[in-house]
Design a protein. Structure first.
Ligand code: MN
Length: 149
């Protein structure tokens, strides 16, 4: 049996003993002002729970992949694209990202957006949009106005 872990919250979105990590390698994909924390990562669970924080005006990478995301907003305000849907995000909202759905999370210009994201430990690498994919996404003017790439 693995040892239990107790990590008290230092404040909203911060936990004692949980390191603040880079979201992705700088320059590997387009994103702005995102940090990552791995909260749970136990091989026996075969999944990870991460906490992402997007600073005000920031955004995650526009991407898609075979693995799923299960997301719960913990703090702040923002919006997301999932597939061809755009959704407002507030604390405690839930969003799932299906396989191969384009997705991007954005904080509002005024407030950061912090959310939990559950993924399988073993997962495929994200795919970035090609210029054809972007052209396709931009056919929907609401999506064209939203996406940052
Ligand atoms: Mn993703």
């Amino acid at each position: 049996m693995t040892k239990p872990v107790w990590r008290p919250a230092a404040e909203a979105g911060a936990w004692k003993g949980v390191e603040v990590l880079h979201y992705k390698a700088e320059g590997s994909a387009a994103f702005k002002g995102v940090t990552r924390r791995v909260l749970f990562d136990d091989p026996e669970l075969a999944c990870q729970v991460r906490y992402f924080e997007v600073q005000a005006g920031g955004y995650s990478t526009l991407e898609r992949h075979e693995h799923l995301h299960a997301v719960m907003v913990l703090r702040g305000r923002g919006r997301c694209l999932v597939g061809d849907g755009l959704y407002e995000l507030r604390p405690h909202d839930l969003v799932s990202v299906p396989a191969m759905a384009w997705h991007q999370f954005q904080a509002t210009p005024e407030e950061p957006l912090g959310f939990l994201c559950l993924v399988n430990t073993e997962r495929d690498r994200p795919i970035l949009p090609t210029s054809d994919d972007l052209a396709c996404l931009r056919r929907d003017e609401r999506i064209a106005a939203f996406i940052k790439f």
